[in-house]
Design a binder for this molecule. Structure first.
Ligand code: PBG
Length: 337
């Protein structure tokens, strides 16, 4: 208790319930607020046109061909969502051990980026993920040599991938691979190619989480990974100081924004990063979090709207300035209504 509250005196003169009595008063004294502009909407891209596929473990989220992705991007603009994050569903025939398709200027993510840009101009941010898992036949985020995901050789591929995506017109490169030193390498590669204004959102504190399962089904990498895990490069869920170390390095290396991932089980990390670095922090409400909230809502066990908005508000309260969420469109609609 501080001097000020001592001076005012405790109960019965102090009653915190006074400011909770009316809706207008609760709104007036609210510390944090959600807006559609806080949101980044992840989208899964299919080849072809006029195509959509359901994702069994993510009811309500689909994979869509580029023509439909463009329509979704336009809808996101109308809702006031800030950006989309693109993930390609690469046909198995185009996957290879070293993921060369990632550097193909005509690949799904680049083609989608150009198509979206043409329609939305600069009214919507386009975030492109950098990592090899959508392209590798083994489903790992990097190159595998003697059964191990090698760091430095992978970085060379990631730089090519980043340049390829920047050429297609993306605003922001988001490396999700967790190789050491990839941020400085990607920054230099972008600068050398004169992409000084393409920003980097580093998946800085990305944990080896069980909550990515539905995403791996969505992009079709689960089968490729066949029971393998990513523990030799993603972080140990038991660690918190290490997250600060990761973020510090990524910022030194040139990251403009940093991400914590997953979201809800890691809000302590969001808070620590926010308080330590005072830089924009993004948080990713990942596929498994979506699946949990959706499944319970479908069972009638949770009020979907209330539970989802509360989960997102919790992320803002923890210190996030941007939230990646598969609920982006629904949440924006709920906020706007
Ligand atoms: C892959 C990547 C993953 C996600 C985003 N980029 C999965 C993984 O690391 O296996 C997960 C997103 C989600 O679960 O919603 N580099």
């Amino acid at each position: 208790m501080n001097a000020w509250s001592d001076a005012r005196g405790p109960f019965p003169s102090t009653r915190l319930r006074r400011l909770r009595r009316h809706s207008w008063l609760r709104e007036l004294t609210q510390e944090h607020r959600l807006a559609p502009a806080d949101l980044i909407w992840p989208l899964f891209i299919l080849p072809g046109s006029d195509q959509s596929e359901a994702i069994a473990s993510m009811p309500g989220v689909g994979r869509h061909s580029i023509d439909r992705i463009v329509q979704q991007a336009e809808a996101a603009v109308r809702m006031g969502i800030s950006a989309v994050a693109l993930f390609p569903v690469t046909p198995p025939a185009l996957k290879s051990p070293d993921g060369e398709e990632s550097a193909n200027p005509e690949n799904l993510i680049c083609t989608a980026t150009r198509a979206i840009r043409q329609v939305v101009g600069d009214r919507l941010g386009i975030v492109c993920d950098v990592a090899l898992d959508p392209y590798t036949s083994h489903g790992q985020d990097g190159l595998v040599r003697n059964g191990y995901v090698v760091n430095d050789e992978t970085i060379a591929m990631l730089c090519q991938q980043a340049i390829n995506q920047a050429r297609a017109g993306c605003d922001c490169i988001a490396p999700s691979d967790m190789m050491d030193g990839r941020i400085v390498a990607i920054r230099s590669a972008l600068d050398e190619a004169s992409f000084h204004d393409v920003s980097i959102l580093a998946y800085a504190a990305k944990y080896a989480s069980a909550f990515y399962g539905p995403f791996r089904e969505a992009v079709g990498s689960a089968k490729n990974l066949s029971g393998g895990d990513k523990k030799t490069y993603q972080m140990n869920p038991a660690n918190t100081d290490e997250a600060i170390h990761e973020v510090a390095l990524d910022l030194q290396e040139g990251a403009d924004m940093v991400m914590v991932k997953p979201g809800m089980p890691y809000l302590d990390i969001v808070r620590r990063v926010h308080e330590t670095f005072h830089v924009p922090v993004a948080v990713y409400q990942v596929s498994g979090e979506y699946a949990m909230l959706k499944a319970a809502s479908q069972q009638g066990w949770l009020d979907e709207r209330a539970a989802v908005l509360e989960s997102l508000l919790g992320m803002k309260r923890a210190g996030a300035s941007a939230i990646l969420t598969y609920f982006a469109m629904d949440a924006a609609q709920w906020m706007n209504s």
